[in-house]
Design a protein around this ligand. Structure first.
Ligand code: SAM
Length: 307
């Protein structure tokens, strides 16, 4: 039996007994009336999994009442393993994300989206299904080393963060103020917020003022929600909030170096058309963006000279 010291929601010091088989008992040292108990499965007692376990405990063990208040602070510590969580609203959010059927499939991949997820990354519902996987964002960023990058649809910052690590500077634009707030927070988690100018605004209105600023424009516009893959061939006019042709025309007025992150079923002939109809024509390179050997998207690199 291992012994942990715990702060309960009332900040009453508790002795916590974690047995290999039975329940963990959170027993207040001074106040017996605030008795609490909870099951934690010791072999899974990993700080990354704790919120998932807490949410499961509440539903799968009828005889045990889950009495951890998610809105207050909980500290578990031992010589071998330690965990400090100051803001328990984060735990509550994690429990919701892990059980929300819309988010769960993305939440399971959370460390592929942000390897530093546990350090306070914030993602809203749209962000969950639209953030670029970190491994892919790193590849995008490699192509922009030393450049000034405009991340035209920055979302919660999956790409912005990786650009900030290697580029000369980044302008990160999103129309949704909450997304920008989250992207700022997330860039802070990665220690790169100082390399980014965050802008809340409509890219289409801002485009004329970006003309002389950027070397590369990065476009990861909304694909119209998770249903994009239900069509056989994703057409440029399915991009949102404006069709891909007018988007491309506008972005070309900023710089000929354009990176577009697009659905894996995008019509490649239309991308070639965009490159060849440009004046002068642009070089186009198509990259399959893969995770675990599986193609999940296409990245199109347009440039006046091969990048
Ligand atoms: C696919 S997400 C970008 C994800 C981002 N690359 C990441 O890794 O987190 C598209 C974003 O475009 C934003 N957006 C939609 N219309 C916009 C507009 N007119 N101007 C700027 N941002 C817009 C949405 O709020 C959304 O966050």
């Amino acid at each position: 039996m291992e012994r942990y010291r715990m702060q309960s929601e009332e900040h009453i010091p508790c002795n916590v007994f974690l047995s290999s088989t039975g329940p963990v008992i959170f027993k207040p040292v001074e106040n017996q009336s605030s008795f609490k108990q909870i099951i934690i499965i010791p072999e899974y007692f990993d700080y990354r999994e704790i919120w998932a376990i807490l949410s499961l405990v509440g539903t799968s063990h009828e005889e045990v009442e889950l009495r951890v208040d998610f809105n207050t602070s909980l500290t578990l510590a031992s010589d071998k393993r330690s965990m400090t969580i100051d803001d328990q609203s984060h735990l509550k959010k994690e429990a919701e994300n892990s059980t929300n059927p819309k988010i769960n499939r993305y939440w399971i991949q959370r460390y592929d989206l942000f390897s530093r997820y546990d350090e306070g990354i914030q993602i809203d519902e749209e962000g969950w299904y639209s953030v670029t996987h970190e491994e892919i964002a790193i590849k995008h960023a490699e192509r922009c080393r030393g450049k000034v990058v405009i991340d035209c649809f920055a979302g919660v910052g999956g790409n912005t963060i990786q650009f900030a690590k290697v580029s000369s500077s980044v302008i990160a634009i999103d129309i949704d103020p909450m997304k920008v707030k989250m992207a700022m927070n997330n860039a802070n988690v990665y220690g790169v917020a100082n390399h980014v100018d965050f802008v809340v605004g409509d890219f289409f209105s801002l485009a004329p003022s970006l003309k002389v600023i950027g070397d590369v424009s990065f476009l990861a516009p909304p694909w119209g929600g998770p249903n994009y893959c239900k069509v056989e061939s994703f057409k440029m006019d399915m991009l949102q909030p404006r069709d891909g042709y007018s988007l491309f025309k506008i972005v070309q007025s900023i710089t000929p170096n354009i990176i577009m992150y697009l659905p894996k079923n995008v019509d490649l002939a239309q991308l070639e058309e965009l490159a060849s109809l440009s004046s002068p024509p642009l070089t186009l390179e198509i990259e399959e963006s893969c995770i675990g050997g599986k193609m999940i998207a296409i990245t199109a690199y347009f440039s006046r000279n091969a990048a």
